[in-house]
Design a protein around this ligand. Structure first.
Ligand code: MG
Length: 273
């Protein structure tokens, strides 16, 4: 039998004691009431009385809707949408073509308008441009994510397709170019994640402009960028008063752009207790 030196035995015992200490459950107060008040807030640092955020179960995979999202397309039908007649502007049941897990802008059918209305919100949308290229510049994969049916985050195939900067994919159309061109190839699915702060009106006057934060395929495009008015072509878009909540719309620009996985979370005010 091998003889184990006493020093090695002692070192081994020390290791066991250390491991037991590491396994010991450590506790911490769930809050404090003897801490200073935070500047500009009514709460103390680590305030025990401060309401805790609500639980939201995230989607199973990145891009999936979290538990409190309003899903506007479930992969099967367009029951959450109308289509706006191009001439009469009358709202009718949506007629865009629905495929396997996606739907497609149907040239001439009219803009798709959500039945539900939204103001301050977080949006997620996925889109893909047609693989068959039949035009250039603004005639390649043009559609649009029209927040409040008037503020456009441009949808455009910008893969090797020069166009004016404030009309590129993820631009605030006609106002602000995106910070980068992160376009994927035609036919590949792309995502927009948008935080939108609706403009505020009082007595018909603009009290606060709208703001948009936009990610394209996870790349930052706008960081709380001020929107200067409604979407307009070749003129400066201005504000006109509207409701605090308005429908989301997807532009029919006569190009068969595909969409899937569209969801919204109402985010009221951005204030937290
Ligand atoms: Mg457009």
């Amino acid at each position: 039998m091998a003889v184990i030196p006493a020093a090695a035995l002692l070192a081994g015992a020390g290791l066991v004691v250390a491991q037991q200490a590491a396994k010991k459950r450590r506790t911490s107060p769930v809050g404090y009431s003897d801490t200073p008040v935070l500047p500009g807030q009514k709460w103390k640092v680590h305030d025990i009385d401060r309401p805790r955020p609500k639980m939201v179960t995230p989607g199973a995979r990145p891009g999936d809707p979290p538990s409190d999202a309003i899903v506007l397309f479930d992969g099967k039908d367009l029951s959450k949408w109308y289509v706006e007649d191009k001439k009469s502007r009358e709202l009718k049941p949506a007629t865009w073509k629905v495929g396997d897990g996606y739907f497609e802008a149907t040239p001439g059918a009219g803009t798709l308008v959500s039945r539900e209305k939204f103001g301050d919100a977080q949006f997620h949308v996925e889109w893909s441009a047609p693989t068959e290229i039949t035009g250039d510049s603004q005639w390649r994969g043009n559609s649009g994510f029209l927040i409040m049916n008037r503020y456009e985050i441009q949808v455009l195939d910008c893969w090797d397709n020069p166009t004016y900067a404030d009309g590129q994919a993820a631009s605030i159309y006609g106002q602000w170019p995106p910070l980068a061109n992160a376009c994927r190839k035609p036919g590949e699915w792309q995502s927009y994640d948008i935080v939108f702060e609706a403009p505020k009106f009082e007595g018909g006057k603009l009290m606060q402009p709208g703001y948009a934060t936009v990610f394209h395929n996870g790349v930052l495009m706008h960081n709380r960028k001020e929107i200067t008015g409604r979407m307009a072509h070749r003129v400066v878009g201005t504000y006109a008063p509207h409701e605090t909540e308005e429908p989301l719309a997807l532009q029919d620009h006569d190009v068969a752009v595909r969409y899937r996985n569209i969801w919204v979370r109402r985010v009221m005010g951005y204030d937290r207790p």
